[in-house]
Design a protein around this ligand. Structure first.
Ligand code: B12
Length: 453
């Protein structure tokens, strides 16, 4: 009996040690807001949202079950069949911005088979977090699909020097297989290890922290679950230590690892490696996060922040026990947008840049755009399309993170060429938000630049 009590306490202890101190109310409110967003049937279900609900301190068990059913609907019909029976993958349930665009542009079968490593990995992590755990049978084909995508990514990385998707998705794939107790080929792991050693996780205009953190979680999982031999385990441990050290060294005076959105991912590494108590950088990051909870306004960003705020990491999914879960969380409905717009107008300068060889001319557009004060960048882009004779056009693709700017002045960002429309504020600061969330100031110059990543 005593032994049982001690074991039970050990199972819940790490979560209590790393969670937000004395701020349970604010964190709980964020969970309740995410639950409110999850209840909206108009939003596509997102496995990260389910994971955040499952890794929280308290729950709305019926709400979680309904959300899981929606996720199953979205994923199961595509991956429920065996890989052999499917022949090859076909159109995916979710819009993938650049892959869809590329597939539409040249719809060869090879491009339609673009791997969905990240989304499938997140779904499989979600399935492992259900209580009670689902029957293993139907999951087998999902695991096979994920292995297939990971192999495609690995082959792509040998050919192009980077996975077809990204190291972020590749790491999620390794992590999900590991959490399910599945072995991954050593070569696949070694590719991630080499990327870590050679600092290949960053890309132009983006910080490496998110990817570095997910890779470190995958390394920690492989080592902890004893899915690799002793030699590789030692290398993975060393890589995780290096990643943690780099995060501590790069922590800004604001307390963030990378930026506010990558900080929760980095914190998960300290949680997963039981260093959250001993590492002062963790406490500073937690304090910074708690002061900036209002930065997490979208379901996708809330879902990424909440596990760390609750002192949990995705590794906890591997040892989730379906004990009594407090069924006490009630949703907070999303606040309606204020009816009255902010008074007055503003003018924003909109610049579109594209370098040679794709474009013969560097600056394709440079005009002031009047818009209502407080408008989002998306509203500014819409205003630009209807003003004057400057023929501004753009297109977005829906993603779980919100609308992704995919085409400007007829120029499509191309996944194969790893090009994207980067958002910057002059002179050259890359924005930390997408077009729907960023609200420019009066007189600001916004640059849309066709960049490579
Ligand atoms: C890889 C990546 C990219 C790649 C995606 C291409 C690819 N084929 O993988 C590139 C370099 C193109 C990219 C671009 C941008 N990104 Co980015 N990206 C990531 C990263 C590291 C992983 C995303 C991923 O693969 N998720 C896993 C898959 C399974 O989930 P998914 O939702 O289906 O992923 C797709 C979308 O998220 C989309 N996407 C990627 N970034 C962004 C950003 C926004 C705002 C939107 C709407 C969509 C989007 O591309 C993903 C792959 O198809 C995340 C890190 C994180 N913590 O999430 C940042 C992240 C999502 N990106 C971010 C930002 C800010 C941007 C940019 C706005 C940067 C800029 N100033 O231009 C641009 C988007 C501009 C635009 N055109 O609308 C922020 C978003 C923060 C927020 N407030 O929501 C994150 C969280 C990084 C961070 N810590 O700041 N990104």
């Amino acid at each position: 009996m005593w032994l049982l009590l001690i074991l039970l306490q050990a199972a819940v202890l790490p979560a209590q040690l790393c969670e937000a101190p004395g701020e349970a109310a604010a964190v709980r409110a964020l969970s309740a807001r995410l639950l409110g967003l999850a209840a909206d049937p108009a939003r596509d279900p997102d496995p990260s949202v389910y994971l955040a609900l499952r890794l929280a301190g308290d729950h709305d068990l019926c709400g979680e079950e309904r959300y899981l059913a929606r996720l199953r609907d979205a994923f199961q019909h595509r991956y429920g069949r065996s890989l052999q029976a499917a022949g090859r993958p076909h159109a995916a349930p979710h819009g993938h911005p650049q892959r869809d665009a590329a597939a539409a542009e040249h719809s060869t079968s090879a491009e339609a088979e673009w791997p969905e490593t990240g989304r499938l990995a997140l779904y499989l992590l979600g399935l492992r977090a259900t209580c009670p755990p689902p029957e293993p049978g139907p999951q087998r084909s999902l695991v096979t699909w994920l292995k297939y995508y990971l192999e495609k990514d690995w082959a792509g990385s040998r050919q192009h020097g980077h996975p077809l998707t990204s190291y972020y998705q590749y790491s999620l794939g390794v992590l999900a297989l590991c959490v399910h107790g599945k072995r991954v080929r050593e070569e696949v792991i070694r590719r991630l290890l080499a990327a870590e050693q050679h600092g290949r996780f960053g890309h132009a205009g983006g910080s490496a922290t998110d990817t570095e953190a997910v890779a470190a979680l995958a390394f920690t999982c492989l080592e902890r679950e004893r899915l690799v031999g002793a030699g590789l385990a030692a290398e993975l441990r060393a890589a995780t230590r290096r990643a943690r050290r780099r995060m501590v060294e790069a922590q800004g005076p604001d307390g963030f690892f990378g930026n506010v959105y990558s900080t929760p991912w980095a914190m998960q590494v300290f949680i997963a490696t039981n260093t959250c108590r001993t590492q002062p950088a963790y406490g500073r990051a937690m304090a910074a996060l708690l002061e900036n909870l209002d930065a997490f306004t979208t379901a996708a960003t809330m879902a990424q922040a909440l596990p760390a705020l609750h002192g949990r990491s995705y590794l906890d999914i591997a040892s989730m026990r379906c004990q009594e879960e407090p069924d006490t969380l009630t949703p907070i409905s999303p606040e309606p947008m204020p009816e009255m717009p902010m008074p007055g107008n503003m003018t924003v300068r909109l610049v579109v840049e594209c370098h040679k060889p794709r474009c013969p001319q560097h600056r394709l557009y440079n005009w002031p755009v009047p818009a209502p004060a407080g408008a989002s960048l998306l509203d500014v882009l819409r205003a630009a399309t209807v003003q004057g004779h400057h023929n501004f056009t753009f297109d977005t693709q829906d993603t779980p993170q919100g609308p992704f700017l995919s085409r400007v002045l007829g120029l499509e960002a191309q996944q194969q060429k790893r090009s994207y429309w980067q958002l910057l504020t002059a002179p050259s600061t890359s924005l930390q938000m997408g077009v729907a969330d960023y609200r420019p100031r009066d007189g600001e110059t916004l640059i849309l630049r066709l960049s490579e990543w």
